[in-house]
Structures are given as C-alpha cells and as structure tokens.
Design a protein around this ligand. Structure first.
Ligand code: GRF
Length: 220
C-alpha cells in the first residue's frame, strides 16, 4: 500500500516536469501531493502550472542571499514548514547545500546516463550536444538523490533511449524527455511504496510488496 508522499517541487524554467507530475497525480499513477512549488525566479513560465492547481508558491532568489548556506537554508526552511517528505528538483538550476535532515530526500533528474555527460555546466541541450559529439549510440535519463556535488548522488533509476544517426540536440532532447516523463514518477512511486533503501551510494529497490488477502495466514 503506497503512502501519499508530500512533495516540494523546485523549478527554474518551463515546468514541463512539474506539469507531468501533476498529470500523474491526477491520473492516480503517482501516490503524492505537491505541497509547495519553489521557484528560483519570479519570471518563469512553469509557475503557471502551480497557479492553475492552486499549489502554494515560494519564490526564493539566489541574489537575495549573501551566501549559499543562507540561500539553501531559506529553501529547506520552506520545505520543513510545508512538511515535505521529498524535494523534487524539476529543471531547477541553482546549487543547494543539502542539510543533514534532507539527506536522501532530495531528488533530481538528469538528461543523460550518469556518469556520462553530467556535472557542472551540463544542463539542457548542452548535455545532448556533447552526447552527439561523442558519438554514443544510447543516451537516456537518470533519477538520483542529490548530494553536495553536481550529479554524483546515489542513482535510483535510469532509462535508456536510442541515439539515431540524424539526431540533433533538439530531437534527442525530445526523446530523452519522453523517457524522463516516465522515469521521475516511477522513481517517486517506488518511494511512496517504501521500496527504496540506500546503502552508501547503492540504491536497492525491493520487489513489490504483495497485499495479503483477508483470511490469509489464518490457521484453522
Ligand atoms: C530536463 O532537461 C531535465 O532533464 C532537467 O530539466 C529539464 C526540464 O526542465 N532536469 P523543465 O521541467 O522543462 O523546466
């Protein structure tokens, strides 16, 4: 039986990832509610998805804080106040320091198969251009927990896509994003079903818990 996760979703852009999560929740394919949307800027189009759903919004801009620590603390204070179980980075482009109470509770999705084409400066179509330049035959996406570095946290799940000969960065981006739209809700649903455990940097996914029928296990 899945518990209903309380999610804080962080955005910096178009909010396509946020929109996809909202759709999964509406379709009852993800046992979660989005309790707050945090944006790194007031001028992002993604906020419209939160407004449409009447999800509370916080705008927390890096320029309002002197240090990365203060900025990070402002973000996580809001998540604590909203009683968020998990922070979901959804196209969020600011670095954060993860406080100890949010260790393995912050997730990100990256548009490549980590550890390829990731790290500082690898975002958006840059990732896909680098993959095409290198000549890889598969790419994909990675859902991972966020640690204190870029894209180095424990990997929860990955989905691969084919790279075709006449791909451009935009075409590959579309194919990878379609995979992301399945991977992120799938990873979150595993958390909702309490099937994820982390040992060091290895994430273990337990098999689905079978529901017992009424009357099962009763000795007559
Ligand atoms: C995708 O490239 C994803 O991999 C990355 O952010 C992009 C989506 O941003 N994390 P958005 O949801 O369209 O704002």
């Amino acid at each position: 039986m899945a518990k209903k996760l309380r999610l804080a979703v962080f955005i910096s852009g178009t909010g396509r990832t946020l929109k996809n999560l909202i759709e999964y929740i509406h379709n009852e394919q993800l046992s979660a509610e989005i309790v707050i949307v945090v944006s790194s800027s007031a001028n992002v189009t993604g906020l419209q998805h939160a407004e449409k759903e009447s999800i509370p919004i916080e705008i927390i801009e890096r320029c309002s804080y002197e240090s990365l620590s203060e900025f990070s603390e402002a973000n996580f204070s809001v998540c604590r106040a909203a009683r968020a179980d998990y922070v979901v980075l959804a196209g969020y482009l600011r670095r954060l320091e993860i406080p100890s109470d949010f260790e393995n509770r912050v997730l990100n999705i990256h548009p490549s198969l980590i550890p390829s084409f990731c790290g500082k400066g690898y975002y958006g179509n840059i990732v896909h251009s680098k993959a095409l330049e290198y000549g890889v035959k598969i790419s994909g996406c990675t859902v991972h927990f966020v640690d204190q570095e870029y894209d180095t946290g424990p990997i929860i799940l990955q989905k691969a896509v084919e790279v075709c000969e006449d791909d451009t960065a935009n075409i590959l981006n579309d194919r990878v994003f379609a995979a992301e739209c399945q991977a992120y809700p799938e990873a979150l649903e595993l958390l909702a079903q309490s099937r994820v455990s982390v040992k060091g940097r290895i994430v273990q996914i337990d098999p689905p818990k079978t529901q017992k029928c009424v009357g099962e296990d009763i000795d007559f």
